[in-house]
Structure formats: structure tokens, C-alpha cells
Design a protein. Sequence first.
Length: 54
Amino acid sequence: MARNELRPVVKLRSTAGTGFTYVTRKNRRNDPDRLNLRKFDPVAGRHVDFREER
């Protein structure tokens, strides 16, 4: 498989409504659904859930 097919680059947007995003890669075989990670949002100043954008 090509590099971009198995591990695509995804944007994680903050659910706090600040508009802050992280950029990461994910493995489609292990995580076929949208990613949902709890990470630090520097705009909000606390840890919040980050959901994958499409």
C-alpha cells in the first residue's frame, strides 16, 4: 500500500470551540472510525476532547 492510504494525515479539532487543531497520522486498520483524543488546548487552558475532522 502507498504511504497515504494506510496512515492518512488527519486534523484533530478542539470540541471547546476555540478552533485550535492538532495534526497527526492514524492507522486506518486499527481506527476505522473517527479519532477522539483528550489533549491540551492552549487557548482554553485545559485538557479537552479533540475530534477528527474530515
